[in-house]
Design a protein around this ligand. Structure first.
Ligand SMILES: *[C@@H]1O[C@H](CO)[C@@H](O)[C@H](O)[C@H]1NC(C)=O
Length: 344
């Protein structure tokens, strides 16, 4: 009787032990399959918390901007970051980890993306986006003092055109593989887009995946390093994007239209802000030959080409990108104080 009772206790104990482990594990797996978006949200929330970032909203005339920020305006210029097409403010997180805590950092959701207002009447052309970002800057009065603007890919086009249109707002500009130039060489994505155009858009746009397979293709296209992503994760990643695909399509058609396609190219010679260009040599979305186009027009700019790096520079080289940007800001402040001393 006693032995049987002990067995029972053991069984109970195992059941409880297995239960306490299995239930969270099952919940975790179920939540990813059922609610990938909430799990991804929790993941970013936790990461932002760890890095000391806070999410805020800025409202202006019925339009709401969502942004995350860390630190306060100080001796160093504030840094505003503009993310890529179909991304969000949290794509900067891997890099923010490597920037000093005392810097004033802001990452805004681009028009229509994530927490920033999405309307189908808004102008998503590059000029339209520049107007919105300026509105954001004025709303939070970021341009009381010149700040440093960073943009990648589509965000890079917007950042570059912003600099051309509002030079007095900025003390520095970092363009990370910006789109919108007439690059000498075609990228893999460019040639894929020719096929899409020939098919009259019956083929899917490689940057707007709607199946796990297309998601995998997009990850391959965007990063140089090859990693195997489990099917469940790919499914989760694509499930999160599908509800937004019509919007992504609308924005994509707008930024690829005549008005926007070469917006950065057309404004390049108007940029007088000290400029830094960072590009992955193996970028398959926006060819690295764009860096030469910028350097030819603006010989004073600083160019850093990264070895073994694709289009997702911030994700692939977070530490190096942070260091390059911070070093550039320090070098700019150095020359600024020298020229001020010379004047006085
Ligand atoms: C364009 O591609 C050719 C052939 O791969 C290469 O030799 C050339 O350096 C590239 N141009 C630029 C500006 O990167």
């Amino acid at each position: 009787m006693k032995a049987a009772g002990m067995d029972q206790d053991m069984v109970n104990m195992f059941a409880i032990a297995a239960g306490t482990l299995a239930i969270p594990l099952l919940l975790f797996m179920a939540s990813f399959m059922l609610w990938p978006s909430s799990l991804i949200k929790v993941y970013y929330w936790y990461w932002r918390r760890t890095l000391g970032l806070q999410v805020r909203y800025a409202d202006c005339a019925g339009y709401r901007f969502c942004f995350s920020h860390r630190g306060k305006p100080g001796l160093r210029p504030s840094i505003l970051m503009l993310h890529d097409f179909s991304a969000h403010k949290d794509t900067w997180l891997p890099m923010l980890k490597y920037l000093p805590k005392h810097l004033h950092l802001l990452c805004v959701d681009m028009p229509g993306h994530e927490g920033t207002t999405r309307t189908n009447t808004d102008d998503y052309s590059i000029q339209g986006q520049v107007k919105r970002i300026r509105q954001f800057v004025e709303t939070i009065r970021l341009n009381r003092k010149p700040f440093h603007l960073v943009g990648t890919s589509m965000g890079g086009t917007v950042a570059g055109v912003y600099a051309a249109c509002h030079p007095s707002d900025l003390c520095g500009l970092t363009l990370i593989c910006p789109a919108g130039l007439k690059n000498q060489n075609e990228s893999k994505f460019d040639s894929q887009m020719h096929d899409v155009e020939h098919s009259h858009y019956t083929l899917d746009i490689p940057l707007i995946p709607s199946t796990p397979e297309e998601m995998e293709e997009m990850l391959k296209l965007c990063s140089h390093v090859r990693f195997r992503v489990p099917q469940q994760i790919l499914q989760g990643l694509v499930d999160v994007r599908i509800p937004h695909n019509d919007f992504y399509h609308e924005v994509f058609m707008e930024i690829m239209s005549e008005n926007s396609k070469y917006a950065l190219h057309e404004h390049l010679q108007e940029i007088i802000t000290p400029l830094q260009v960072i590009w992955g040599k193996q970028d398959q979305v926006v060819d690295v030959s764009g860096a030469a186009v910028i350097a030819e027009t603006l010989p004073g700019c600083r160019v850093d080409l990264l070895e073994n790096c694709g289009h997702s520079v911030v994700m692939e080289r977070p530490r190096q990108t942070a260091k390059l940007i911070f070093d550039f800001i320090i070098s700019q402040q150095g020359t600024e104080s020298v020229s001020m001393k010379k004047k006085s």
